[in-house]
Design a protein around this ligand. Structure first.
Ligand code: NAD
Length: 467
C-alpha cells in the first residue's frame, strides 16, 4: 500500500502493484508509489471516455473556471509540492518552487484563450465556418526532468478544448503528479482527468488503446518514434516533443566574462537535464581560450548538493540510468578532448556529477553529436560563423539554438539561417506559455503552448452552407 493513489474515474485508488521511488540525492527510498496494472489503465481510459460527452458540452467559460481553480490549488499547496518535487526529481528547492508556480501560471494562461467559430467566407452564395471540436480521450505522457511544468504544457489546453485526459508521468517521478491528482480531484467532474503511474510498461498500451484519440508525448526521440508507430494503426493525432542537441554559437564580438555566466546557466540548469539546454557550444577562435577559462571557473565554483540544502546550485542526475549514461559520455570525451573542470562524481551517496567542461573537442565525438542530457558541456572552436551554423544544423535534432553577439543585425542574420524550431539571440531556453514551442527534424512533431498548442487538441470542422 502507498500513501499516494491513482486517480481513476474521480476516485483515488490503490495501484494493483506498488513500486519504490528513490530520492536521487540520497539513493534512499523516498516513498512507495502505486503502480497501475493494464486493467487499471483500461479503467482510466474507460472513465475518460464516459466523461467526454458531458465535458465536451460544458461551456468553455465553466471549463476555464475549473482550470483557474486548479491553478489556485497548486499555489495554495505550493510549498509542499515544491519540496516533493525536489525530493523526487533532485532539483534545488528554488528551481522546484519556480516550476510549481510556473505550472499554475500555465493553467491560468490558457484560460485567456478561446476557440471561436471563424467565418472563412460569407458571400452571396455561401457561408463557410471553421469550428474547433475536441478530439476525445487524450493520453498525456511526461518525462522525469520537469514532471509538473511539462504536464502543464498538455493538461490545460487539452481540458480547455473539451477533451478528457489520462495522464502518465515518468516512473521515477510519479509523486508530484499523484499529489496533484489528490489536490484537484473534486474540481473536475469524475473521469475528466485520470492519473496512472507505471514502471515504464504502460506507455505502449496507452498509445495503442483504441479509445485514445491523441497522444501528447514528451520524452526521448527513441520513445517518440515508438509512439508514432503505435499511433499509426488508428491514425491517432500525435504531438511529439523529443530530444535535442541545441547549439550555442558565440561570435567574436562577445565579451567572454560577461557572457560566460549566462552560457553556463543555459547549459547546466537542472544539471543539464533540460530538453532545450545548450548541449554544444561553438566559440570563435579569437575568444576561445578566454571563454573556456571563464566557464571552467564557473564550473569549479558551482555548489552541488541535495536540492533541499540551502545554497545548492545544482542537484543530482535524476536516476541511475541517466547517471551511468552521462559518466560514460564523459569517459569517452576524455579520449576526444580535454576536461578542464569537473569530470568526476562526488564522494557521497546520490547521483551527483560535477559540472564538467570539455575543450579541444569537435564534431564527430559522441559528446558533441549525441544528447548528453547531463552536466557536461563540450566547447568547440570555430573560425567561420557560416561554418558554425552549418555544423549546428548538421544534427538530426532541431529543438533550439542560439546566437550570441554584441551586433544585433549580425546575430539576427545568422539566427534566420538556423534550422531549429526555436532560436534565441543572446539568451537560450526562454520558454513562456504564450510562445509556441516545437522541434524540427528528430526533435518532434507539432507544437505545444500558445494558440498553436491549443489548436493541436482540436479537430478542425468546416461547415459550408449554401445560401
Ligand atoms: P523517455 O522517452 O524514456 O520517457 C518518457 C515517457 O515515455 C515516460 O513517461 C515513459 O514511461 C514513457 N514511455 C516509455 N516507453 C514508452 C512507450 N513505448 N510508449 C509510450 N510511452 C513510453 O524519456 P525520458 O528519459 O523520461 O526523458 C528524457 C528525454 O526527454 C530527453 O531526450 C529530453 O530531451 C526529452 N525531453 C523533451 C522535451 C521537449 O519538450 N522537446 C522536454 C523534456 C524532455
Amino acid at each position: 500500500m502507498s500513501a499516494y493513489k491513482l486517480l481513476i474515474g474521480g476516485k483515488l485508488v490503490d495501484g494493483d502493484m506498488t513500486m519504490d521511488v528513490v530520492n536521487p540525492a540520497t539513493e534512499e527510498v523516498l516513498a512507495k508509489a502505486p503502480r497501475a496494472s493494464e486493467a487499471q489503465l483500461n479503467a482510466a481510459v474507460a472513465a475518460a471516455k464516459t466523461a467526454f460527452p458531458a465535458w465536451a458540452k460544458t461551456p468553455i467559460a465553466e471549463r476555464k473556471q475549473a482550470l483557474l481553480k486548479i491553478a489556485d490549488a497548486i499555489e495554495a499547496n505550493g510549498a509542499e509540492l515544491a519540496r516533493l518535487l525536489t525530493q523526487e526529481q533532485g532539483k534545488p528547492i528554488g528551481d522546484a518552487t519556480g516550476e510549481v508556480y510556473g505550472t499554475a501560471a500555465f493553467f491560468r494562461y490558457f484560460t485567456m484563450l478561446d476557440l471561436p467559430v471563424k467565418v472563412i467566407e460569407d458571400s452571396e452564395g455561401k457561408k463557410v465556418e471553421a469550428h474547433r471540436k475536441p478530439l476525445g480521450v487524450i493520453g498525456a505522457i511526461v518525462p522525469w526532468n520537469f514532471p509538473l511544468i511539462l504536464m502543464a504544457f498538455k493538461l490545460p489546453p487539452a481540458l480547455l478544448a473539451g477533451n478528457t485526459v489520462v495522464l502518465k508521468p515518468a516512473p521515477t517521478t510519479p509523486l508530484t503528479s499523484l499529489k496533484l491528482g489528490e489536490l484537484i480531484k473534486d474540481i473536475l467532474p469524475a473521469g475528466v482527468l485520470n492519473i496512472i503511474t507505471d514502471a515504464n510498461d504502460l506507455g505502449a498500451a496507452l498509445t495503442a488503446h483504441p479509445d485514445v484519440r491523441k497522444i501528447s508525448f514528451t520524452g526521448s526521440t527513441a520513445t517518440g518514434a515508438k509512439v508514432m508507430a503505435g499511433a499509426a494503426g488508428l491514425l491517432k493525432r500525435i504531438t511529439l516533443e523529443l530530444g535535442g542537441n541545441d547549439a550555442g554559437i558565440v561570435l567574436d564580438d562577445v565579451n567572454p566574462k560577461e557572457a560566460a555566466p549566462k552560457l553556463f546557466q543555459s547549459a547546466f540548469q537542472n544539471s543539464g537535464q533540460v530538453c532545450i539546454a545548450m548541449k554544444r557550444l561553438y566559440v570563435h577562435e579569437s575568444i576561445y581560450d578566454e571563454m573556456c577559462a571563464e566557464l571552467a571557473t564557473l564550473a569549479d565554483n558551482a555548489v552541488i548538493g541535495d536540492g533541499l540544502e540551502q545554497g545548492t546550485q545544482f542537484g543530482p542526475l535524476q536516476n541511475k540510468m541517466q547517471f551511468d549514461k552521462v559518466r560514460e559520455l564523459i569517459e569517452d570525451a576524455k579520449k576526444n578532448g580535454k576536461v578542464i573542470a569537473g569530470g568526476g562524481t562526488v564522494d557521497k551517496p546520490g547521483y551527483f556529477i560535477r559540472p564538467t567542461i570539455v575543450r579541444d573537442i569537435t564534431d564527430g565525438a559522441r559528446l558533441v553529436d549525441e544528447e548528453q542530457f547531463g552536466p557536461v558541456l563540450p566547447v568547440i572552436k570555430y573560425s567561420d560563423p557560416q561554418d558554425a551554423v552549418a555544423r549546428a544544423n548538421a544534427s538530426p535534432y532541431g529543438l533550439g539554438g542560439s546566437i550570441w553577439s554584441s551586433d544585433p543585425k549580425r546575430a539576427y542574420d545568422l539566427a534566420t539561417q538556423m534550422s531549429s524550431g526555436s532560436v534565441w539571440i543572446n539568451k537560450h531556453a526562454d520558454l513562456a506559455p504564450n510562445i509556441p514551442f516545437g522541434g524540427a527534424g528528430m526533435s518532434g512533431l507539432g507544437s505545444e503552448l500558445g494558440e498553436e498548442g491549443l489548436l493541436e487538441f482540436t479537430q478542425l470542422q468546416v461547415i459550408n452552407m449554401a445560401k
